[in-house]
Design a binder for this molecule. Structure first.
Ligand code: UD1
Length: 434
């Protein structure tokens, strides 16, 4: 049986939500615990399928866990005895590849499955491998696995990324923490999650400066100590999704537990749609004052540009906004699988290469649609909120990888949403054949 979501359109979003811990911080920080010979406390971990997958992988490697209370985990990495991330786990979640740098740095060897293809593009890992080789790793790719060893330990080096890669920067930063000597990463990703990881590692004794800029300096240390207690930052992508939910429904929302500075590009674009934005140190409020949003063009870029992880949600907004706009995807080559689904709901969209032109309609109409990836799932929920009738979203399991308590949160801000079990077409065919 497969889960489906039923979203009934009409009505405005209204209310207050607390943003969950950031998935894209939690995953590298969990991988980063492999560098520590001790016990660390992690707080504000989101309850997500991807986090469970990473905990499962660390457990396989020998880490032990104690769930202290909701969203608080104790991780003990003193007894790591396995150095392999198998195909089934890396295939389920690309971010499993983040264990390569830490394993190699602390244990001088690792065997990690190559990530498979991905719904949003080919997503190679060539930049990770080249950079690890610059730190002295000997790497062989065979039988679908990356075999990496550094018999005498990694050595600090100058690493230049020809394009910014988020998990690539994180993998190399973690590897360099225990390397002999100093490393400098140029062309580094500047995403806030890279900074969150650096802050966690520094708390454990690493010496990293410059995270959040294009040049990160890491002075290698012999070991990282345990006993640190770290709170993971709020999820700016979840926050952005709920802000767009309020804007698309002409509603209002207040989000707590998120720093507005991490969403400044998105907030600037929301203001252009007609939204009134108010903000404090760790909260953002948006009010459309009942107005229909104006369509606004965006181009996705690495941070601090418009995040690719909010592109699909923004396109949903443009579908019903007043006027024409263009959404251009510059980060991934195949991240428009949601366009066809939105067209099924009556959206006026034209896809050409890496751009989608929208002509806003006043409302969409409900249809059966399928989610193709995590953020596309979120965009279809938003489209469902402004569709006449009840939209049924299939393949909704993608959403549980990255959004905590998704139905509860939407219900809490006045949306009509419900999950049910659905007998899939494949299962029906199977039964018919038997
Ligand atoms: C991370 C995020 C993901 C987000 C993406 C871009 C995590 C766990 N995931 O993914 O949610 O959508 O950043 O903000 O943090 N590339 C190469 N070779 C490489 C690595 C990357 O060509 O070795 C390319 C990719 O195909 C892509 C671009 O670089 O076109 C950026 O990808 P990257 O920043 O690496 O994305 P991820 O770290 O996988």
């Amino acid at each position: 049986m497969l889960d489906v979501l039923h979203v009934t359109g009409g009505g405005c979003v209204g209310g207050t939500l607390r943003v969950s811990g950031a998935k894209n911080s939690a995953l590298p920080i969990l991988a980063g615990t492999l560098l520590v010979n001790g016990i660390v406390q992690l707080r504000n971990l989101p309850h997500l399928q991807d986090v469970t997958t990473m905990i499962g992988l660390l457990n396989l490697l020998g880490a032990r866990f104690l769930v202290e209370e909701s969203m608080h985990l104790e991780v003990d990495t003193r007894d790591i005895h396995c150095f392999e991330a198998p195909y089934d786990l890396v295939n389920t979640m690309r971010a499993s590849f983040l264990v390569l740098g830490p394993l190699l740095a602390r244990f001088r060897r690792a065997r990690v499955s190559l990530p498979g293809g991905c719904a949003i593009g080919s997503r190679p890992i060539d930049l990770h491998i080249k950079a690890l080789q610059q730190l002295g790793a000997i790497i062989e790719v065979k039988n679908g696995y990356v075999h990496a060893v550094a018999p005498n330990g990694l050595v600090g080096a100058q690493v230049v990324f020809e394009r910014p890669t988020v998990t690539g920067t994180e993998n190399i930063m973690m590897a360099a923490v225990l390397a002999r000597g100093t490393s400098v990463i140029s062309g580094a990703a500047k995403e806030p999650e890279v900074v969150d990881l650096a802050n966690f590692l520094n708390l454990c004794g690493a010496r990293i400066t410059g995270a959040g800029t294009a040049e990160i300096k890491i002075e290698g240390v012999p070991a990282l100590q345990g006993s640190c207690d770290y709170t993971i930052m709020g999820d700016r992508i979840e926050a952005g999704t709920f802000l767009i939910a309020a804007a698309i429904t002409s509603g209002q929302i207040r989000l707590e537990g998120v720093h507005p500075k991490f969403l400044s590009c998105v907030l600037e674009h929301l203001i252009l749609t007609g939204a009134m934005i108010d903000q404090g140190d760790d909260w953002i409020a948006l009010d459309m004052q009942g107005r229909r949003p104006r369509a606004v063009s965006i181009e996705t870029e690495a941070f601090p540009g418009f995040p690719t992880d909010l592109q699909a949600q923004w396109l949903a907004l443009n579908c019903i906004a007043e006027g024409e706009a263009v959404v251009k995807e510059n980060v991934f080559e195949n991240r428009f699988m949601h366009v066809q689904e939105m067209q099924r709901m009556g959206a006026q969209l034209t896809l050409c290469n890496q751009s989608v032109t929208s002509q806003g309609v006043r409302a969409l109409h409900a249809a059966g649609v399928s989610a193709t990836d995590l953020r596309a799932s979120a965009s279809l929920i938003l489209a469902g909120l402004v569709a006449q009738g009840t939209t049924v979203i299939h393949q909704i399991h993608h959403i549980d990888r990255g959004y905590e308590h998704i139905e509860a949160k939407f219900l809490n801000i006045g949306c009509k949403i419900r999950r049910s079990l659905h007998q899939g077409a494949e299962e029906r065919t199977e039964k018919a054949v038997q």
